[in-house]
Design a protein around this ligand. Structure first.
Ligand code: COA
Length: 240
């Protein structure tokens, strides 16, 4: 059976300001929730193992590190997310968008547009709750090189204004409703208006939804791997 879901009016994409401490704090809580599963597994970490090899997902049942037996600690803390966020949102042309509930119900429809009589099964949430986010900023040549260590990419982007999408995420219960696409499209639109020529982003090939979303929106695989997190790859979108 084919379904589609009406999220229009139920979710609003808004830009938030780094001075809005209450929303930024709520965003940090949403952030912590989103990275707890595969392929990120940033639920808990071992404080003594190397970064990148020390993270464990929500489904990892043990309390202690399987490598050296150290007690695992939460991977993210609100304080650390706030610190990272404040650094990111102070960068050039930093833009932070959230998807927020309006309090209207999300209806599900048959493809013939007959309203479904059953409840959608989507968790009811209060009004003004952040259920997704994305942010990005402008990056200069030094930053492109610091991130990718790629001389080819530097040559390719010579004389271009380049933006970087740093993060995008939607809470599990609200995925596959078009919200991630709406967030990403809105951010692309903002950078287009600010006269950027290209947008760079990085993700893990095992994050299938993210890869598929970026490719749908015109990002191409650059075949450049991240020098620190080797499994992650860079994708690039040229703007008109
Ligand atoms: C990536 C993510 C933001 C997508 O958000 P979403 O709201 O579920 O995505 P949408 O419903 O807007 O889907 C848009 C497109 O993304 C792709 N997509 C979404 N979910 C997918 C899935 N489970 N499998 C494959 N592709 C998927 C599809 O191309 C889809 O277009 P389609 O509906 O025409 O097929 C979400 O899955 C997420 O938060 N994942 C965890 C965090 C993450 O990995 N972020 C990226 C790190 S940089």
């Amino acid at each position: 059976m084919d379904w589609f879901t009406i999220v229009l009016e139920a979710v609003e994409i808004k830009e938030i300001n780094k001075e809005d401490k209450r929303k930024i704090r709520e965003l940090a809580r949403c952030y912590i929730e989103i990275w707890r599963d595969e392929p990120w597994n940033e639920d808990r970490k071992c404080p003594t193992c190397d970064e990148g090899k020390n993270n464990f997902g929500r489904n990892f049942r043990n309390t202690f590190c399987p490598v050296d037996g150290t007690r695992l600690v939460p991977y993210w803390t609100i304080r650390r997310v706030l610190k990272d966020l404040s650094k990111e949102l102070n960068k050039k042309d930093a833009t932070c968008l959230i998807a927020e509930t309006t309090g209207k119900r999300i209806y599900r429809y048959f493809d013939n547009r007959a309203l479904c009589t059953k409840k959608s099964g989507i968790k009811k949430v209060d009004k003004d709750t952040i259920i997704g986010f994305t942010w990005g900023y402008g990056i200069d040549k030094e930053e492109i090189f610091r991130l990718t260590k790629s001389v080819e990419l530097l040559d390719l982007l010579e004389n271009e204004r380049v933006a970087y999408i740093d993060e995008i995420g939607v809470l599990n219960d609200f995925r596959a409703l078009g919200i991630g696409e709406e967030l990403c499209n809105s951010l692309i639109w903002k950078f287009n208006k600010k006269r950027y020529n290209s947008i760079l982003t990085r993700t893990n090939p095992r994050a299938e939804a993210a890869i598929s979303l970026f490719k749908k929106l015109g990002f191409k695989d650059t075949s450049i791997k991240d020098p620190v997190y080797n499994e992650r790859i860079y994708l690039l979108k040229r703007l008109e």
